[in-house]
Design a protein around this ligand. Structure first.
Ligand code: ZN
Length: 161
């Protein structure tokens, strides 16, 4: 399942990438562009715009009107609507910034890219495979925050069932 996300849902696009899904997100794409991209690439359209959602449905595009106000509520809706798994690991996650896959790297490869303190504290590091992005990630405190958000989303998804 691949997702096309409208300009109002940048946060959700990042979360779906963290969960390992392929996501296309272009904040400047117009409604007509989004409909064309969804049809041509057989993508699921996620939007906050009721009119765009209705136009997509009329064109037989799989579309979801995202109604939640928080990232947790939106993720819970994705789990209920599409059965996405609200669990992830660094091995599965994609770069939240650009959606490319991540590659595990050794500390010596990253000596100039990661703060010394983080190199001391953590053992595993990943780098985005997209050379123009190239962001480096490690299982630090932000990972704990990711877990907490996903756990809350799972709780909400169970309530909706
Ligand atoms: Zn990237």
């Amino acid at each position: 399942m691949r997702f096309l996300v409208d300009g109002m849902l940048g946060g959700l696009a990042r979360w779906l990438r963290i969960l390992g899904y392929e996501v296309r997100y272009d904040a400047s794409a117009k409604d007509n562009d989004l409909l064309t991209i969804a049809v041509e690439n057989n993508m699921v359209l996620l939007t906050r715009d009721r009119e765009l959602h209705q136009r997509a449905v009329a064109k037989k595009i799989v579309s979801s009107l995202v109604v939640g106000e928080t990232e947790e509520e939106r993720l819970a809706q994705m789990a209920s609507s599409f059965g996405i798994h609200l669990e992830t690991s660094m091995a599965e996650t994609r770069c939240p910034e650009c959606g490319a896959s991540l590659m595990e790297k050794s500390k010596s490869d990253l000596a100039h890219e990661v703060p010394e303190e983080s190199l001391k504290l953590y053992t595993q590091f990943w780098k985005c495979s997209n050379q123009t992005c190239g962001k480096v990630y490690w299982v630090g405190s932000h990972w704990k925050h990711i877990r907490q958000t996903l756990e809350e989303a799972m709780r909400l998804a169970r309530l909706e069932q």
